[in-house]
Design a protein. Structure first.
Length: 341
């Protein structure tokens, strides 16, 4: 062995450091290790979602996946509004009920198929919800949250008292999907598109404006930008996701009624965001795919399931308040490799 030969010094380096220097959007100059580092989490998410319908053991659990996906859309909208725009919305039930009733009316009154009713109810529901919430957009914090919470309660009581839109019986005989596979894979593809679309949106210039509205709206106003206009855009996006979920729900159950204004659609997305990790977008989605199936598993305990449900939330808030996804991202970014000095 040649004693004069100098062994190159090596040190450990975090894999994400070089990527951040070259910016995350340029993959052509990255090595295969760095490309894998960037693509692997996204690939696992997409493949995992697409495999879910194939892995479910029964038709009951396949239907649960569709319901979880609707909650995931609501959670995405809640996380987007709360952590990127600064608007805490409890109006998930308002969005779902509006979209559900519009889809049912379009199908029953005009004979339109789900191919047309779902996108039309999404846009119409988003427009109606945004217009009704327009007077509340100057509000922030708990004040905006209370206003959004009141809408589903008021609308449900109006429908019940005036016996309109089917009253307590709801609108029956709404058309269903042609097959169970279309029902499941369509909503999963919508979730994937919504997730990556929102992530792209918040990283664009308009995303910087949204963050500015959240952090310092006076600075945004001083720049000559309308705070109300950008808040309205954000509410339109979030309410569109919720209305889409409501329209989809009407065609799953082939019925639309005041139970679509139930507070579960407002509370569960918040709980899922707490469990999954707010501000990550994918965290609330993960929280829904944990929380809702757990709730179904606990259904056998009757009213006691609320106790177990509450304990799970308390444990997460006390011992992992940052959320699963924030913790997982931090650990993932700590991967290291040996490099020559």
């Amino acid at each position: 062995m040649d004693k004069n030969r100098v062994t190159p010094e090596r040190r450990k380096e975090r894999l994400d450091r070089g990527i951040k220097v070259r910016t995350e959007g340029i993959y052509a100059i990255a090595s295969w290790e760095e490309i894998s580092y960037l693509v692997l989490p996204r690939l696992l998410l997409i493949v995992g979602l697409l495999l879910l319908p194939l892995l479910m053991p029964s038709l009951y659990w396949k239907r649960v996946i569709s319901i979880v996906s609707i909650y995931a859309l609501l959670a995405l909208g809640f996380d987007f509004l709360a952590h990127f725009v600064g608007l805490v919305s409890l109006g998930g039930a308002f969005f779902v009920g509006t979209g559900g009733y519009i889809a049912a009316i379009l199908n029953k009154a005009f004979g339109l198929s789900p191919t047309f009713t779902i996108p039309m109810a999404t846009l119409a529901g988003a427009a109606i919800c945004t217009l009704l919430l327009l007077p509340a957009l100057p509000l922030r914090g708990v004040y905006f949250a209370i206003v959004t919470l009141m809408y589903p309660l008021v609308l449900a009581r109006i429908i019940e008292a005036l016996n309109i839109l089917g009253g307590t019986d709801g609108i029956l005989g709404v058309a269903g999907f042609p097959s169970r596979w279309i029902e499941q894979y369509l909503i999963l593809l919508i979730i994937i598109l919504a997730l990556f679309g929102l992530r792209r949106l918040v990283n664009e210039d308009i995303g910087l404006v949204f963050r500015g509205v959240k952090d310092n709206d006076q600075a945004v106003r001083a720049s000559g930008l309308s705070i109300t206009f950008y808040k309205a855009i954000a509410v339109f996006i979030a309410s569109g996701l919720g209305s889409l979920g409501g329209a989809y729900l009407s065609h799953i159950y082939m019925w639309s009624g005041i139970s679509q204004f139930a507070l579960d659609f407002s509370i569960i997305p918040i709980a899922a965001t707490v469990i999954g990790g707010g501000g990550t977008l994918v965290g609330p989605l993960l929280g829904c795919f944990i929380l809702v199936p757990v709730s179904e598993l606990l259904r056998a305990f009757g009213t006691l399931r609320i106790v177990f449900y509450s304990l799970i939330l308390m444990l997460f808030i006390m011992f992992r308040s940052e959320g699963i996804m924030v913790y997982a991202q931090r650990k993932y970014h700590q991967f290291e490799r040996w490099v020559k000095v």
